[in-house]
Write a new protein. Structure first.
Length: 146
């Protein structure tokens, strides 16, 4: 029996060439460096913004709940950067905490001018995010976060 002749494989023109090991290490290293530089920038700018807010509180000698929640947001951003560098905990949960705090601050800032239905939507969003955080922490086996 004669086997049918197989056609030689022709490279697909649309295929993306795979980088060699050295190129891959350089690209990944550059991306990690960029990530760290951005994270340091975010941390420094967050500290600056918190300092500006604290300075305004000292000058006016007035503190309201919206300011406290804003400072808490800044603290969460700094904690997220610290957790990334310390290597402890799950950094993907921190954006959920930040979103919860931001929504709470938004609800406080809007106050009595907001339609009651909007307040319910905001409260529902906070509840949904809190449940998501608990589920993520349970699924990853992390009993507590640092």
């Amino acid at each position: 029996m004669n086997e049918p002749a197989t056609k030689p494989e022709v490279p697909d023109e649309r295929a993306v060439p795979k980088p060699d090991a050295v190129e891959a290490k350089l690209v990944v290293g550059a991306m990690r460096l960029g990530q760290r530089l951005m994270l340091i920038s975010v941390a420094l700018l967050t500290l600056y913004a918190a300092g500006v807010e604290i300075h305004a509180v000292v000058l006016t000698a007035e503190v309201d709940l919206a300011t406290i929640l804003l400072l808490f947001l800044y603290a969460e951003v700094i904690a997220m950067a610290a957790v990334f560098y310390a290597g402890h905990g799950k950094t993907f949960v921190f954006p959920i905490f930040i979103a919860v705090t931001a929504l709470a601050r938004l609800l406080v800032m809007q106050g009595k001018e907001e339609d009651p239905v909007g307040l319910l939507y905001g409260a529902g969003a906070i509840l949904l995010l809190a449940v998501a955080a608990v589920i993520l922490l349970r699924l990853t086996g992390q009993e507590r976060w640092r």
